[in-house]
Design a protein. Structure first.
Lengths: 344, 392
């Protein structure tokens, strides 16, 4: 007698995930509040959270939409400066101003996403890489040179924008990591997400099926820029100081490395590689120059042996794993026949 | 096969996360930990390594002589690749490892990021190379009392040259020709004019030019008519070379003075025109007995590659910090405690005057903004060569 395999319904899956995430979040918070973790580790973990948002948002444009933007640091910079200028000028209590600051950072970056997306996405492949690369550099140089606007200090340019309230904590950073992953995940499971994936697979086929290419490309690009702006705002609130030199071309490459190493099109891959590649160089700090060699070697090894990235296009699903465990334990299913490539 | 390699890689990456988590085994004796922070890799490495090697040279020397009050110095040197976020992470790590003072950071923007984290915990820090005024003074005018430096800020050179003109050259009148829109030149010019006002030198002419100008005769003719004893040129060497040549052509024979932007001017004007001009600098290789001794020991330990101004000011920063720690040791509190850090900060101010540094034989005293009042190196030009004249 073969029983029908158990299937956990989507709302239940979301509930399980949300509860687990909340447990992790509050667990971490209690641990930090207890004072058992030094500020050094808290700082690195917070930075890892910011990098996760950057990687996951770039994965949207690179992994799901199939484009190759090299200007992610530019969106991050726009978001960081927009939010920092708001936070320092609004006169509101930092705790009250923070959600608005984040939203402003995200929205301004999204506006730039639309502005650059419309002309850029008429191009394909290498050309999009070049044009976004140029955009990122333009942003950096403009930020460097609009230190004063009409006699009022604006970005302070090379002198650094100082005194930004340090609002990015472990808790609110990881809350936003959760929100970002959830938002992008649900978007990709929706009708719009399928349209975006179809563009990646084959533009001509997608077009012939009635997918509005320009609309969905710009949409994917804008969502990606929005979350990069959020990450930029968190970055500003983490450092408390902003200097355009931190948003150079190398920063964009660093984010792209997170995505490529983790596997383009895999959210769990982006999360893992952003975490590891942020924490690893910090922990290897006592080995001075050698740590950069470890970093480089890791990239080479992964690219040689697994060119599609560590996770390929695989995505982890808590619900599916639970299903499998329960099914195997109750004898509804044997160990063979693992889950496919669905986003879960 | 690929799957296995992939799994091995994932395990390796995960394992690496725990590498740093092992606790340092506690040593029996108490040490004093000093952090050295800067870019030791990347395009700024030559500055960061200069500071690191210079400071390490002095600290090793102190350890070889028995340490401070019987306690050895433990150096914690971390690289930050010139990135603000890395600088802050490395600094936080040093703090969690119990440093009692910091030598660093190296370039201004990184230093500002570290200052933002160091000031709330009152961590004594001495930068050997960050020249921006904003490192020690905030926009609202408050001073970061825990931050010091051993390099001088740009306007300081203007002040020094005004004093030099009055005390050594006995000048009673001066003129200035500067580039508008150049922060460096304007900073020097303002400080020079202000100091002239204080010391009774009459400023008979302030002329300016725009970036890219090649003809300065109109301004120089005005200066010639005013007849000053000295002319101060706070610009970069290329412009200064043209100005000096044209000044001599129209018969302006006053003594020409300048800041460290003059270094390299001998390729831009003739030896006769430049003869007898003076400019100031922070460090003159091979100038005095003290400097030659430092250079010989530095080369023996690190080679010549990183022997630069940053090595010299880094060496002085270590010397200043050690002098302050010696004083703080007398307070009896434990290293890295709050009282100890405050004692160091107080001692940097009180003990600095007795520190005979490589770049300041007259010691380091600090003004109300924690900027050093120290010797400058006065260079002169003889036979078309930049020659050490004296410390001033």
């Amino acid at each position: 007698m073969s029983k029908k395999p158990l299937h956990i319904k989507t709302p239940v899956r979301y509930l399980i995930n949300a509860l687990l995430f909340a447990a992790l979040l509050f667990g971490g918070r209690v641990l930090i509040a207890g004072g058992g973790v030094s500020p050094f580790y808290v700082g690195i973990v917070t930075l890892a959270g910011i990098n996760i948002i950057l990687a996951v948002s770039l994965n949207m444009a690179t992994g799901y939409l199939g484009q190759l933007p090299l200007g992610h640091a530019g969106f991050m910079a726009v978001g960081a400066y927009a939010s920092a200028i708001f936070m320092t000028r609004s006169g509101l209590d930092p705790a009250v101003a923070m959600p608005f600051g984040l939203l402003i950072g995200g929205l301004v970056a999204a506006i730039f996403g639309v502005l650059i997306g419309i002309p850029a996405l008429r191009l394909k492949g290498d050309y999009i890489a070049i044009i976004t690369l140029g955009f990122g550099e333009i942003i950096r140089i403009v930020l460097l040179n609009i230190d004063e606007v009409l006699g009022f200090p604006f970005t302070y340019g090379a002198a650094s924008l100082k005194g930004i309230p340090e609002t990015s904590t472990f808790f609110n950073t990881f809350l936003l990591v959760g929100v970002t992953c959830f938002a992008i995940h649900t978007l990709m499971k929706s009708r719009h997400g399928r349209a975006i994936l179809s563009i990646r697979e084959n533009e001509i086929a997608a077009d012939s099926c009635g997918v509005n290419l320009t609309y969905y490309k710009v949409m994917g690009f804008t969502v990606s820029a929005f979350f990069a702006g959020i990450a930029g705002s968190l970055y500003a609130g983490y450092l408390g100081i902003l200097n355009p030199s931190n948003f150079s071309f190398m920063k964009s490459i660093e984010i792209l490395v997170f995505v490529v190493l983790g596997g383009m099109g895999s959210m769990i891959g982006s999360v893992l590689s952003a975490t590891v590649l942020t924490i690893l160089p910090e922990l290897l700090r006592q080995f001075a120059e050698w740590r950069m060699i470890v970093y480089a070697l890791l990239l080479i090894l992964v690219m040689v042996f697994k060119p599609s990235g560590l996770m390929g296009r695989f995505d982890f699903s808590m619900g599916r794993m639970l299903e499998n465990i329960i099914n195997v334990l109750t004898g509804r299913k044997t160990l063979k026949g693992k889950g496919g490539k669905t986003n879960g | 096969m690929k799957k296995i390699i992939c799994i091995v890689l994932v395990v390796m990456m995960a394992a690496a996360l725990f590498v740093g988590c092992t606790k340092d085994d506690k040593k029996g004796e108490e040490t004093i930990k000093i952090g050295i922070l800067g870019p030791h890799t990347g395009e700024l490495a030559v500055y960061g390594l200069g500071v690191k090697n210079g400071a390490t040279l002095y600290l090793d020397q102190v350890n070889a002589a028995g340490g401070i009050n019987g306690k050895m110095i433990e150096i914690i040197a971390y690289d930050q690749r010139g990135d603000d976020a890395e600088a802050v992470n490395a600094f936080n790590r040093m703090v969690s490892e119990g440093i009692t003072g910091l030598i660093g950071d190296v370039i201004t923007s990184n230093t500002l990021a570290v200052v933002a984290k160091a000031t709330p915990i009152n961590m004594p820090m001495i930068t050997a190379s960050a020249t921006a005024a904003s490192v020690t003074v905030n926009a609202d005018g408050s001073v970061n009392t825990n931050v010091f430096r051993t390099c001088f800020i740009d306007p300081f050179q203007g002040m020094k040259m005004a004093e030099f003109a009055g005390e050594v050259l006995d000048a009673t009148s001066a003129a200035v020709l500067f580039e508008t829109g150049n922060d460096y030149a304007i900073g020097l010019k303002d400080a020079f004019v202000a100091k002239c006002g204080e010391t009774g030198i009459e400023v008979v002419g302030q002329e300016s030019y725009a970036k890219g100008d090649k003809d300065f005769k109109a301004q120089l003719t005005n200066i010639l008519a005013a007849g000053p004893d000295v002319v101060f040129l706070p610009n970069y060497y290329e412009d200064n070379g043209l100005i000096v040549t044209q000044a001599r052509e129209i018969g302006l024979n006053a003594v020409m003075l300048g800041g460290d932007g003059w270094a390299g001017i001998t390729d831009y004007a003739s030896a006769e025109d430049l003869e007898g001009s003076f400019f100031c600098s922070a460090y003159a290789p091979g100038s005095t007995e003290l400097v030659r001794d430092f250079e010989a020991r530095f080369i023996a330990a690190n080679g010549e590659d990183t022997l630069n101004m940053f090595a010299a000011t880094g060496y002085d920063a270590a010397m200043l910090l050690v002098a302050a720690i010696r004083k703080a040791e007398k307070s009896g509190s434990a290293p890295a405690s709050d009282e100890y850090k405050q004692a160091i900060i107080d001692a940097i101010r009180s003990e600095g005057a007795g520190v005979v540094g490589v770049t300041s034989e007259g010691g380091y005293t600090f003004d109300e903004f924690n900027n050093p009042i120290k010797d400058a190196v006065i260079m002169t030009i003889t036979d078309g060569k930049e020659v050490f004249y004296r410390m001033f």
